[in-house]
Design a binder for this molecule. Structure first.
Ligand code: NAD
Ligand code: TDX
Length: 317
């Protein structure tokens, strides 16, 4: 099978490529990535001999036309992905996340190619901290940030292309991922980098906001379950029911560094900061998928070691 992976030099895309190569040696993979500040060819270093890497942009419809015509499947990760950036400069989030998805969906229709669209639980907005509710496939969209609104728009666009133009597509909405190769801007790498530099880790607001964590390899397995067994036109929610508040997570990383929670600096809250995410993953369970990891707490020492080593390699002692 020939697969086009957009955004394959980013965090989740590069982990998806590595795991897919190890599990399905007969895949022929083209990675399309514009290498924004978030994309790094080094994330794919081990696989550059096994894949075709195309340095290009999903906003370039002529390029997409050419690439999509050569594959059987597109797995679409490329996006502007950071909420804080979307508050400071939202326009590019709509150019890439919405118009880029439009280009891709249209090329897939033209060539009859299957699209899997990778999305986020943030499209549902947030849940109250004191509730036991979960997001499920029936939950209405209610995005809070310019980033999550752009992802919500891209999901709805894919659905409209399925209905109006016969696009063969599936969508997965996943919770917060952890693992290797995440950009320094995100909570876990940012915290380790601050610890490494002898700075105080920053927690937004009171740190009680809850995120539902999933290992990036479980996300890859979930995506393949949806591609192989999901119903065209349907959406599946991927999560590991591993919910932690930010304060506990940062405290756990400090503990891995043998440092004290009193080092945390509470800083101004993120505007519109979502309180809590919680995924009901049963739609994906019905496809036979189950996450292999469900306790980020036990992974924190390994994550701390990985990002400290990367900080040493990138920024020196
Ligand atoms: P990331 O920012 O690490 O990677 C995004 C990649 O897309 C980068 O390599 C970047 O260079 C590339 N890219 C950006 N704009 C592009 C463009 N116009 N053309 C081509 N390439 C472009 O993001 P990530 O965390 O790996 O997220 C990947 C996808 O998964 C996104 O669609 C995101 O919404 C979704 N998602 C992320 C999470 C999470 O926890 N990180 C959770 C659920 C869903
Ligand atoms: O230094 C920090 N301190 C802090 O308290 C940073 C960087 C973040 N935070 C908080 C904000 C969030 O409540 O930690 C939580 C996680 O923040 P991010 O790592 O920025 O992730 P989040 O905003 O939850 O979004 C992530 O998960 C869903 C990804 O960035 C999205 O792309 C994905 O869709």
């Amino acid at each position: 099978m020939r697969v086009l992976v957009t955004g394959g030099a980013g965090f989740i895309g590069s982990n998806f490529v590595s795991r897919s190569i190890s599990q399905f040696p007969n895949l022929s993979i083209i990675v399309l990535d514009s290498l924004t500040y978030a994309g790094k060819l080094a994330n794919l270093e081990a696989h550059l001999g096994e894949i075709e890497f195309v340095h290009g942009d999903i906003r370039d419809s002529a390029l997409l036309d050419q690439l999509v015509s050569r594959v059987d499947l597109v797995v679409h990760f490329a996006a502007e992905s950071h909420n804080d950036n979307s508050l400071n400069g939202p326009r590019v989030f709509y150019e890439t996340n919405v118009l880029g998805t439009l280009n891709l969906a249209s090329a897939c229709v033209k060539y009859g190619v299957r699209l899997h669209h990778v999305s986020t639980d943030e499209v549902f907005g947030d849940l109250p901290l004191d509730s036991e509710l979960e997001f499920d496939v029936e939950t209405p969209y209610n995005p809070s940030s310019p980033y999550s609104a752009s992802k919500a728009a891209s999901d709805q666009l894919v659905r409209a292309w399925v209905r109006s133009f016969g696009l063969t597509a599936t969508i997965s909405n996943c919770s917060n991922n952890y693992g290797k190769h995440q950009h320094w801007e995100k909570l876990i790498p940012a915290t380790v980098l601050r610890i490494y530099r002898g700075e105080r880790p920053k927690v937004y607001g009171d740190g009680k906001n809850v995120r539902d964590w999933i290992h990036v390899d479980d996300h890859t397995d979930g995506i393949w379950a949806v591609i192989n067994k999901g119903e065209v036109g349907s959406t599946y929610l991927l999560g590991a029911r591993d919910r932690k508040d930010n304060l506990s997570l940062v405290t756990g990383l400090l503990a891995a560094a043998k440092r004290n929670p009193s080092e945390i600096e509470f800083v101004e809250d993120r505007a519109g900061h979502d309180k809590k995410y919680a995924i009901n993953p049963e739609s994906a369970w019905r496809l036979g998928w189950r996450p292999n990891h469900s306790d980020i707490e036990v992974q924190l020492p390994e994550l701390y070691d990985f990002y400290s080593s990367r900080a040493r390699a990138e920024f020196g002692e």
